[in-house]
Design a binder for this molecule. Structure first.
Ligand code: NCD
Ligand code: ZN
Length: 474
């Protein structure tokens, strides 16, 4: 391969470059923000900055479709600097950030506030989710014009207590998004079932850790996933199912995909690796929506990753302060815990244990989300012309996860004490070294909004949409 020596700023030499279909020994040249060549070992010219990746693996940086960075509104839990520092140190080079901040990202003013926080502080590239709720349907197009990456619809209550929209508003929102080809992520749990069960348990005096799980049985997800798929299929809106936690709704997603519905699905490390067997050890720390379930679900989620029903791994990074997770009364513990920094070492440890291959890891952590969010091949792949978003990992050096070492403001990780067998050594974001030998060296403000180009919109049944039916006729 011919590379213009003048222009090569950085070479990663001696590593094994991984894609979903291959692992090959290759050197990587970076010019400015882009990868300029991936070449056989030893032939690239010397660059000013050289990374010795001998014995290491060179992966596309992870793309996390589900993080909560809390700003504006709850910066004491996390801010964009600490959240994206955690991402970078975990080999994650792009994040999609959720709208349950304060104010929620459902108006142009709220979006502008968040964009300001992000652009000033981010270490990694980011997309910002707009909110789809009962009262902001008329804002959706303006949010698109002003740069949101997709939308989030909280069908069930969770941190922030944003009320679920009515089915009517959700369908109308999907009609609008379908015309623009945007993807809507849903928190798919049925709110009325959960509220009723929680109220009855609280009235009966149940405050134990497992009461949270009892309030949110699998049927909540079965119903909500089914409803979201019905609306997406009817309107042609693209759909993304957040944090799949149980085996029960998988058949709906498998069928929907077989019918050609554009639905993508994520699961998270805690659903793949934990169960109620961890309840005694973790107590209220473990409270998360949807809940971590009984043994038996994780195996089905792994299987669904392997058969393509689940497309990707996200973290649902949901930081809170220790005192917010520390009550004996489960209803007083905030839901969620951080995860963006620990995802890659934990999942690579699973690679070492033979539960997935490194190539599958790249598929599920980078390639699939890049496709789902319209940023492939700019992101999600190591090839000439792509953004130089890269994680260089050592598959032979693990450590015990120590919450005090994490960059998140939240030290309440359920992964404290978890033994990993792999580590993230270097992270590059658009050509800039952001993490060097495990140490954050990047500058706040380097992260930029992710450039997306979603495939051509494919709206359906528009003649029956709200926009059409309100037109006056004779
Ligand atoms: C998330 C949070 O804290 O923002 N909490 C959680 O339990 N997962 C919200 C969410 O993604 O549901
Ligand atoms: Zn959620």
């Amino acid at each position: 391969m011919k590379v213009d020596q003048e222009k090569v700023d950085l070479v990663i030499r001696g590593g094994t470059v991984v894609s979903p279909s291959s692992s090959i020994k290759a050197d990587v040249a970076i010019s400015g923000q882009k990868i300029s060549a991936v070449s056989s070992p030893g032939i690239l010219p010397k660059a000013e900055y050289e990374i010795d990746a001998e014995g290491l693996y060179v992966l596309p940086g992870a793309i996390d479709s589900h993080v909560h960075f809390r700003e504006p509104g709850y910066a004491y839990k996390e801010d964009w600097a600490t959240g994206t520092a955690a991402a970078a140190c975990g080999g994650t080079t792009s994040v999609f950030e959720m709208p349950n901040t304060n104010p929620p990202t459902g108006t142009l003013e709220a979006l502008a506030l968040k964009q300001e926080c992000a652009s000033r502080q981010a270490h990694v590239d980011y997309g910002i989710y707009g909110l789809l709720d009962e009262n902001n349907i008329e804002n959706l197009e303006a949010l698109i014009e002003n740069g949101v990456s997709g939308f989030k619809c909280f069908m069930g209550n969770t941190f922030g207590d944003l009320p679920a929209p009515s089915d009517g508003a959700m369908l109308e929102g999907f009609e609008i998004l379908s015309r623009h080809g945007y993807r809507c992520t849903v928190h798919a749990e049925n709110p009325s079932i959960m509220a009723r069960r929680q109220a009855r348990m609280e009235a009966a005096g149940r405050t134990d850790t497992l009461a949270h799980l009892a309030a949110r049985p699998e049927v909540c997800a079965v119903e909500a996933v089914g409803r979201a798929v019905a609306f997406a299929e009817w309107t042609g809106a693209r759909l993304h199912i957040a944090h799949k936690s149980s085996k029960d709704a998988l058949y709906i997603l498998k069928d929907a995909k077989a019918r050609g519905v554009d639905v993508t699905v994520e699961t998270c490390p805690h659903y793949l690796l934990m169960s109620t067997d961890d309840t005694d050890r973790l107590g209220g720390q473990m409270r998360v929506n949807p809940p971590i379930r009984e043994p038996g679900h994780a195996e089905a989620l792994w299987e669904a990753l392997h058969d393509g029903t689940i497309d990707m791994i996200a973290t649902d990074h949901a930081p809170h302060q220790p005192e917010e997770k520390d009550s004996k009364n489960i209803w007083q513990c905030d839901c969620g815990f951080p995860g963006v920094e620990t995802q890659m070492p934990i999942m690579l440890t699973q690679v070492n244990q033979g539960r997935l291959t490194l190539q599958q890891y790249v598929q599920w952590s980078a390639h699939a989300p890049a496709h789902a969010w319209g940023c492939y091949p700019n992101k999600g792949v190591i090839q000439a012309g792509s953004d130089a978003d890269i994680a260089i990992v050592d598959m032979k050096s693990g450590s015990m996860i120590d919450r005090e070492m994490l960059h998140s403001k939240s030290k309440m990780t359920v992964w404290h004490g978890f033994q990993t067998s792999a580590s993230v050594e270097w992270t590059l974001v658009r050509g800039a070294v952001v993490v060097e030998k495990g140490v954050l060296v990047g500058k706040q403000g380097h992260g930029k909004p992710i450039q997306q180009k979603m495939p051509t919109p494919a709206p359906r049944n528009q003649e029956k949409s709200m926009e059409e039916i309100v037109k006056i006729r004779d």
